[in-house]
Design a protein around this ligand. Structure first.
Ligand SMILES: *Cc1c(COP(=O)(O)O)cnc(C)c1O
Length: 439
């Protein structure tokens, strides 16, 4: 019998999901449901889990901190875990000087946007109030984040209520309008440069670091981000990077922006910061940004922003332990090895009948499934693609959450070799089986 649920699930047609799998426990990379069935967590519980679900060290750090204090704010006070974490992050993140705390990726980006605007106000440049962005970027679901990260499939209902931003058209290698990807990127860079040269109202350029993920798994070409960074510097436009999904190893590097040879003024982190154990996010800034907020109180230059749970000691303690484990186990090195397991099996996936394109880097794979390879028609079913894929994947004992027609593999970073192959085997079977559902 289906038990009545009073929960309203995110991005979910509730009529379609009347009997949702209930997770009662985690065991390493596995989720265990109320029937005792085990599912391999193929999407790191929304891209944030690092070590699996029962990591002793993280639980112990949580337990230890909870015996001291679980919440005290950064309003007039500070706490040891928040101080230690900010120090650690400033060490890990090149050119970053101070760290602002919030709760999730969206709030980290809201803070970043407000910092960029207030930076120019504090510098008496009152006209610099506009944001320029890349199409299909995703920065969260709040209004500010939606405005700079417009993904039509997610936000069209709210379009009239979003503030105006300048969007540079941009799409992934599989769906560029015509020509070669290299040429397409050069044209995109030229558009950005032209815009900056002709418009002195632009406060900042906003983009995801390393890859656009939620907007369709668009992994940047080499030097693309680094060139944008240079164009920003040349024209005095701030660069705000969203590293919420790609920071801390998802694409194989600790500070993705450093791997991309770019220098942001402001950078947001979230998802993997606590290993996926507690909500916590940061907005880190360069010395130049931070200094613009200093002055006498009466000058009103201080940052006008804050959240109830800013610098939450419990979340910060877990983040500290998480980052300590990265170092202790040399996780980045392990990721490089695990990534090769996925790479080895790329061709096998590419050659499946329904697979139009595979985009892959580090520990991220987006498999675009289509009903017509020539026309690149996204596959569609009677039910939503995500639901159809989820159900077939569950039969293979893996948990997947697809983005439309894109099957996402975003496993916990510390996944073993055997579990990686289990995930790929299950994904291949899933794709073969869903093809049978095309009406
Ligand atoms: C997930 C995500 C966000 C939003 O983070 P939430 O924690 O869901 O608010 C922002 N930017 C990127 C790149 C993301 O992947």
């Amino acid at each position: 019998m289906v038990e009545q649920s009073f929960v309203w699930y995110p991005y979910t047609q509730m009529n379609e999901w009347s009997d949702v799998t209930k997770i009662v426990r985690g065991d390493g990379m596995w989720l265990i449901d109320s029937n005792g069935d085990r599912l391999l967590d193929g999407v790191a519980s929304m891209w944030c889990n690092v070590w699996g679900h029962s990591k002793k060290e993280l639980i112990s750090a949580m337990h230890k901190q909870s015996q001291k204090i679980t919440h005290s704010s950064l309003f007039n006070l500070t706490n040891e875990p928040a101080e230690a974490l900010a120090k650690k992050l400033v060490n890990i993140l090149p050119n970053m000087y101070r760290v602002f705390f919030s709760d999730d990726g969206s709030t980290a980006m809201e803070a970043a946007l407000k910092m960029a605007i207030q930076y120019w106000k504090n510098n008496k440049e009152k006209n610099k109030t506009k944001f320029a962005t890349l199409q299909n970027g995703y920065h969260g679901d709040t209004f500010g984040a939606m405005s700079v990260g417009y993904v039509p499939g997610f936000f069209s209902q709210f379009k009239d209520n979003l503030y105006k931003t300048i969007q540079i058209s941009f799409s992934n290698s599989y769906r560029i309008p015509h020509g070669e990807i290299e040429q397409y990127c050069i044209q995109t860079l030229e558009k950005i440069e032209k815009l900056f040269a002709s418009n002195d109202k632009i406060a900042a350029f906003i983009m995801e670091s390393g890859a656009q993920i939620a907007g369709g798994v668009n992994i940047y070409q080499n030097n693309f981000q680094s060139k944008i960074s240079k164009i920003c510097k040349k024209h005095g436009v701030l660069l705000v990077l969203d590293e919420v999904a790609t920071g801390f190893g998802r694409l194989g590097s600790m500070a993705e922006y450093a791997a991309q040879k770019s220098t942001p003024d402001i950078v947001a982190h979230g998802k993997m910061l606590t290993g996926g154990y507690m909500p916590l996010a940061t907005t880190s800034v360069s010395r130049n940004i931070y200094n613009a907020f200093l002055g006498d109180h009466a000058e009103m230059k201080h940052f006008f922003h804050g959240h109830t749970f800013t610098g939450n000691p419990l979340a910060c303690a877990i983040a500290n332990e998480n980052l300590r484990l990265y170092e202790k186990t040399n996780l980045i090195n392990k990721i490089k090895k695990t990534s090769q397991i996925f790479e080895k099996r790329l061709d096998e996936i590419k050659h499946l009948g329904a697979v139009g394109d595979v985009r892959f880097k580090g520990m991220l794979m987006g498999i675009e499934i289509v009903s017509d390879k020539k026309k690149k028609t996204p596959i569609s079913f009677k039910k939503s693609a995500n639901k159809t894929i989820f159900e077939e994947a569950k039969k293979q004992k893996i948990y997947l959450r697809a983005l439309g027609n894109i099957v996402m593999l975003v496993p916990p970073l510390a996944i073993s070799e055997a579990e990686s192959n289990f995930l790929i085997d299950g994904t291949i079977k899933t794709i073969k089986n869903v093809s049978k559902h095309v009406p």
